[in-house]
Design a binder for this molecule. Structure first.
Ligand SMILES: [Zn+2]
Ligand SMILES: [Zn+2]
Length: 376
């Protein structure tokens, strides 16, 4: 998989290219590489790669997954099944219209069911540890009465007049690629080639109806926002015996009270007082699993980082856990009791220096460091 070419490189666009730039790049390259105009064998493979690249980058969710995890991520999340579910036919039709002998053969087939999307919100803990979650969806299904034939059981059907039972209508069109046969599905019979005399009473001759189903979604440990889980065959019904589409469950992870996530690390900001910072202490801190004892060394500075190895998020691909990263902030009392005031003042008198400008040392300052860790 690692030898796979970068999708942005294939299209020759920058990583932040907008959809118009993508579309234009795709259109330009597709004209050069399209098998109808270019008989070079290598160009056919390139054309396939081009379609794949555009299929991913033109879909915001797939693009996000690719940006984040690369080809491997698409594979892990079941998004790289380019043989089905990707709307290449539609992309292609958008630009070129339906054309060519090979495409006509394909068109005659009844269509596979459409892919569906379900948005699921899960807790931070579920994202880290994985979970099995029941969801309820209402989706179109093949009619249980007529099995999708659209006719009332026991009644007869005849050939569609408009397409003479062929299910498709052909017309010759002139395009920039030359003269092409344009084939469309017959609107009168939706490609079945049959005329229904008595439509099914359950689905009114549509062949499908909505049904509400409960499904179990198995959420792997380590998922994050925008992760897609594919439930194969749980999408819309295929026409006339074709396979169903897939259901994509798209995850949103709730914010946690304490924790933030950065890749596979869990970040906890820990506020300590000036005495704890100066003298050091041992405290119990929350971890994703339970609690852990943490030793704060004496002389701890604001923004100092303490790392609890292996207490982060399991990597969604290899299960290797990240770390819990504890960033210390130091709380300075806004109000003091007279006792504290006396002690602090006494303490202040023992210091060697008073307020003074800080010299640059080349080390990262507190704010810089925290910004880098938290990515903000
Ligand atoms: Zn029916
Ligand atoms: Zn017809």
């Amino acid at each position: 998989m690692s030898s796979k070419q970068d999708y942005y490189d294939i299209l020759g666009v920058a990583q932040d290219a907008d959809s118009d730039t993508l579309k234009n790049a795709y259109r330009r390259l597709a004209k050069q590489l399209h098998p109808d105009v270019n008989n070079d064998e290598s160009s056919e493979a390139q054309f396939k790669d081009l379609n794949e690249a555009y299929g991913v980058l033109s879909d915001p969710e797939k693009r996000a997954a690719y940006d984040r995890y690369g080809h491997e991520g698409l594979r892990t999340m079941g998004l790289n099944d380019f043989s089905s579910g990707f709307p290449f036919d539609d992309i292609f039709d958008q630009f070129f219209g339906e054309s060519g002998e090979s495409r006509r053969d394909k068109r005659r087939q009844p269509r596979r069911g459409s892919d569906l999307r379900y948005n699921l919100t899960i807790s931070f803990e579920q994202a880290v540890n994985g979970a099995t979650q029941e969801i309820e969806i209402t989706r179109p299904e093949t009619c249980s009465r007529c099995s999708g034939s659209r006719a009332e059981p026991g009644t007869s059907t005849s050939h569609c007049v408009q397409c003479a039972g062929r299910g498709e209508i052909q017309e010759v069109r002139q395009t920039f690629l030359g003269s092409m046969v344009n084939v469309t599905i017959c609107p009168n019979c939706q490609g079945s080639g049959e005329k229904i005399s008595s439509p099914c009473t359950k689905c009114n001759g549509i062949g499908q109806h909505n049904a509400t189903r409960k499904l179990l979604v198995s959420i792997p440990a380590g998922v994050d926002n925008e992760t897609q889980i594919r439930l194969s065959g749980e999408g819309g019904p295929g026409q006339l015996g074709q396979p169903n589409g897939d259901l994509y469950v798209v995850l949103t992870v709730e914010q946690h009270k304490f924790f933030q996530r950065r890749n596979d690390d869990i970040i906890l900001e820990l506020e300590i007082n000036i005495s704890e910072a100066a003298l050091g202490t041992t405290v119990m801190i929350p971890t994703i699993d339970s609690q852990e004892e943490l030793r704060i060394p004496s002389g701890t500075q604001p923004g100092d980082i303490l790392r609890l190895r292996g207490l982060g998020v399991p990597n969604v691909r290899n299960g290797k856990r990240g770390d819990q990263i504890v960033i210390t902030t130091i709380s300075i009392p806004k109000q003091t009791t007279s006792e504290q005031e006396r002690l602090l003042s006494e303490l202040g008198n023992t210091f060697q220096h008073r307020a003074r400008p800080k010299e640059h040392t080349g080390e990262k300052g507190f704010f810089e460091q925290v910004r880098q860790i938290l990515g903000r």
